[in-house]
Design a protein around this ligand. Structure first.
Ligand SMILES: [Zn+2]
Length: 491
């Protein structure tokens, strides 16, 4: 049996792993590459395999960097089933439609440029369109959490809660039959213990091989209590100064986390009534899907529901789906809070709110998610003095504050704690992190847990099964010898 790594290999986007046996082939995740141009160009390359010859797809969660290339896989001939959890299937529908819309808009913009600049090469085409989404959604099959499903005679799967976003899963795969079975476990994106709304990542008792994410594999988050207090302080200051708090947030995950924290402050009476606008059609749809899957809430959120408190709703919260409602926000008197997309301020309504508030010294822009290099969000985070919005420059006078505690990813300690519970592991593949983070985390796994850990590059394949007692390669020894990171030292 062979495992191949085609994406999220020494980088954070484009998750795509292939398991091939003599009985069949299963693809785990089929994500889009995001970020800088050379990353995005990979989305248009041919798949490294024939999509028609893939028997099954397993999907860990609905983030676009995990599911965003499924429409292309289907358009290129894939006809099998895509097995995932029910909330993920629901979220895929809105996120893939939104992604198709963005692809169409980008292609329209590129086409204009192409016409202006002498029409060199073929005219730009969208990566996929909205018409590609229904055939993709038709192939989705929902599995219950914790239930073992027989996908093929040679393939069983179990989805357990990963605590990352609604519907996210750790996937245990059993390949082969009887004594000749190899178990490969994919962590998916792992959430934090004690995360709002969601249950904690579930432990896995054993695995032959482990594929683990490493987004924060060499960093530690600030303690939750410190984070909550900082957030409460910001909200109270905004109200006191009759100012405005502008929060760019990802539609799925971070938006609901912020609503949850605000709900706690309002319901406990810690803050008085303040208008909070959820100003993003996609985030509104995502919030409704999250509320629908209340059976996936953790005990704390269940307890809120039991006494009649919806954990993501509170007096003062308003949805503003239409453009007119969105524009009307700025004509209101007094303090308010706006949560809007996109999370890195690269597109969407948040750019209008930034234009309206970035020049006000009493206002605050609160960054709650990861800000990738090259984005407006990252520029603000790094202390940029003027910001370019809608082709004009605006001086930055508002406070720009970052709170990393809203992260949907486990930190170094969370990842190590989770990995340490898995018994019988013959080898670990560290993925889904920036290159040096993948390498650091592989070294830490080896040092702290004695695990044979590798950080595969894109295109790397490994043979699994057998005794697998072969000695470490020189490359692995070099990786394991990396000096400990600051976070590892302070653990
Ligand atoms: Zn994710």
């Amino acid at each position: 049996m062979r495992i191949s790594f085609f994406g999220a290999a020494r980088t954070v986007t484009g998750s795509q792993y292939l398991l091939s046996t003599d009985r069949g082939r299963v693809l785990v995740d089929c994500g889009m590459f995001q970020g800088r141009r050379h990353m995005r160009e990979q989305n248009r390359m041919d798949f490294h395999f024939n999509p028609a010859k893939i028997d099954h797809v397993i999907l860990t969660h609905a983030h676009i960097d995990h599911c965003g290339l499924l429409p292309r896989l289907v358009a290129s001939g894939f006809r099998g089933r895509i097995t995932t959890t029910e909330p993920t299937a629901d979220l895929c529908e809105i996120l893939l439609l939104d992604s198709a819309h963005i692809q169409e808009e980008d292609a329209r913009y590129d086409l204009k440029k192409w016409k202006r600049h002498g029409r060199g090469g073929p005219p730009p085409q969208p990566l996929y369109t909205k018409a590609d989404i229904p055939p993709t959604l038709e192939l989705l099959r929902a599995a219950e959490y914790d239930e073992t499903v027989q996908i093929a005679p040679w393939l069983r799967a179990r989805f357990t809660d990963a605590g990352h976003i609604m519907g996210s899963a750790i996937v245990e795969l059993w390949l082969g039959e009887g004594a000749d079975t190899t178990k490969v476990v994919f962590s998916g994106d792992l959430g934090n213990v004690g995360q709002p709304l969601l249950r904690d990542p579930q432990p896995v008792d054993e695995a032959d091989y482990l594929v683990i994410e490493s987004t924060y594999g060499n960093r530690l988050h600030v303690p939750a209590a410190e984070h909550d207090a900082a957030f409460a302080r910001l909200v109270k200051n905004t109200i006191q100064r009759r100012a405005h708090l502008i929060i760019p947030a990802f539609s799925v995950g971070r938006t609901q986390d912020v609503l949850y924290e605000l709900n706690k402050l309002v319901e406990s009476g810690e803050i008085k009534h303040v208008p909070v606008y959820l100003d993003s059609p996609l985030a509104i749809r995502a919030t409704k899907i999250v509320r629908k899957h209340r059976d996936c809430f953790d005990a704390e959120a269940q307890a809120m529901l039991a006494v009649g408190d919806q954990p993501t709703d509170f007096p003062g919260l308003r949805f503003t789906p239409s453009v007119e409602e969105s524009k009307a926000i700025n004509r209101t008197e007094g303090p308010f809070i706006v949560i809007s997309a996109s999370g890195m301020c690269t597109a969407g309504r948040i750019r209008h709110h930034l234009r309206n508030h970035i020049g006000h010294k009493d206002d605050t822009v609160l960054l709650v998610g990861f800000q990738a290099a090259g984005t407006t969000g990252r520029y603000l985070q790094d202390g940029g003095k003027d910001v370019r919005l809608f082709k004009e420059w605006y001086p930055v006078k508002a406070d720009v504050v970052s709170l990393s505690g809203f992260s949907a990813h486990a930190d170094l300690k969370g990842l190590l704690d989770w990995a340490s519970q898995v018994k019988g592991v013959k080898g670990v593949f560290v993925t889904h992190g920036e290159e040096s983070t993948c390498l650091d985390f592989a070294a830490t796994l080896h040092r702290k847990l004695g695990l044979k850990s590798y950080a595969p590059e894109a295109g790397y394949a490994a043979e699994l099964g057998g005794d697998d007692a072969d000695d470490a390669t020189e490359e692995m020894k070099t990786i394991w010898a990396r000096p400990a990171s600051d976070a590892e030292m302070t653990l």
